[in-house]
Design a protein around this ligand. Sequence first.
Ligand SMILES: Nc1nc2c(ncn2[C@@H]2O[C@H](COP(=O)(O)OP(=O)(O)OP(=O)(O)O)[C@@H](O)[C@H]2O)c(=O)[nH]1
Length: 600
Amino acid sequence: MEKEFIRNFCIIAHIDHGKSTLADRLLQITGTISDRQMVEQVLDSMELEREKGVTIKASAVRMLYRHSSGKEYELNLIDTPGHVDFSYEVSRALMACEGALLVVDATQGIEAQTLANLYLALDADLTIIPVINKIDLPSARVAEVAQEIQNLLGTPPEEILAVSAKEGTNVEKVLEAVVERVPSPRGDTSLPLRALVFDSHYDSYKGVVAYVRVFDGMIRPEDTLRVMSSGIDFRPVEVGIFSPDMRPVSVLSAGEVGYVATGLKTVSECRVGDTITSSTSPAAEPLPGFRHPKPMVFAGIYPVENEDYERLKEALEKLQLNDASLVFQPEKSQALNFGFRCGFLGLFHMEIIQERLEREYDLDIVVTAPSVEYEVVLRTGEVVRIDSPALLPDEGLIEEIREPWMVVQIFTPMEYYGTVMDLVRRRRGIFREQEYPAPNRVQLTFEIPLSELIVDFFDELKSRTRGYGSMDYHFAEYRPGDLVKLEVLVAGEPVDALATIVHRDQAYHKGQALVSKLKEVIPRQLFDVAIQAAAGGRIISRANVKALRKDVLAKCYGGDVTRKKKLLEKQKRGKKRMKMIGNVEIPQEAFLAVLGLEED
Ligand SMILES: Nc1nc2c(ncn2[C@@H]2O[C@H](COP(=O)(O)OP(=O)(O)OP(=O)(O)O)[C@@H](O)[C@H]2O)c(=O)[nH]1
């Protein structure tokens, strides 16, 4: 289609403000999906099967829309990932667009995530169309929320749309506004090809399917193409659009959005942010802004049953096919045996992977406490990076330990100001500034070590603000800190998987809290078990798990042999979820005991 009839846009919203519902409604109004498919989709969501939903499967859908002027437009709706951990992916998806719908829940108003993505959209020079959603709810505060938006963006009230995505009210106006307000894409079909990869998925027949926005030139299925960052050349298996199913086309030209099935075997060969060009007449420069996202949070993942190791490995490999930012390598822990050290973009990314391993691959796993990556300067001058506390060298060898610091923005109603400040102070945070982007709301900016954020910070924020607080964070820099390894010894043996790195001032308090928590979760054995915490080579806390006196079999009066057998069987099964450390059984809860120590 002619460029002037193309519109590329996305939807930005805080979680649960109605992005998916609005997207589905737009697809339905334009006849892109049938009412029958729509019903299936609704059913899916009721069964918590939303991963299978149309909008989620195809993150760039082409719709055809006839405007009231009688002209037909090609509208490309590009999906953006919903979470802060994926802000690089969000920024690439935004770069593929000229406009954004800013969806704000009429009962909630503007939230931190809305702001974070809005700033990214403004950075990308997008035209913003504010949409207040859920006006059907009795608790909707349309006028108030419109005022918040006006204060923030200067949008006059008559340009702010008020809709109910659920009931369809005013949704047609959203499409009209996209046509009228979002600029048509620029780009020159006669220049050498440059197409931005803004998302991808792995298909077992077609290889990596790259979702692209063509900026210059054209893509034809018969061309040989090149991934610019790696120089890899390939012949596309197929070129097409999502409508919303994959549909082959004979050309994608400058301004258009679609997909290239590359036949490549892993998403790391054709990453988000990369530029695809022609291998016969390549562009001189790639599109700006490509980078490799770096994992920030690390944890060990171990099978509960040793024999599941291979299955776990295969599951991680499969997940990695679709997720270039998941990294893992084999790790051997003395306590947990064979498993994997995994790196994630953030805590939420880690939770998604953990849940997928359990739900989709039916694996029983133990996940160790998350850690950040430290930069350790040795006395020899050498700098080593460690992402597992167990690997920290002896204190005598260390000159300095540096840890990652983040900039965090917290958005909360004014009444929780004090409790949020207190939370941040307890987590070694440094206050930077405050702003008031909406009435009775404050946005606080802090610097805080990442290691403090990854232990229940978000949950704690939610509970302190009764669910109203929201946050956003990004990496700032590595800074030296007075850090020590906090070790745990069980029956005199250090347990590698229980070690953490903490600030020296907190070592004593955390050591004590950890020991008393472990005392609760480690079951009594046939003998006394000493649990000790040590920091900097000194024991700082100790507790005893008293020996179990009663013989389990004493309960079976005399002779009932089958009952006795059953009891022994049951005991044996119970043991399976335990890990033996020396001759002590440690249950999996113990490995996460370091989480949630903060507020005790
Ligand atoms: N009453 C009412 N509920 C709505 C409306 N739009 C969405 N919802 C509901 O709000 C909830 C969240 O909507 P989603 O569309 O899943 O929100 P989302 O922003 O896509 O959420 P994530 O996918 O989690 O980011 C769902 O229970 C919807 O049914 C609306 O206009 N009115």
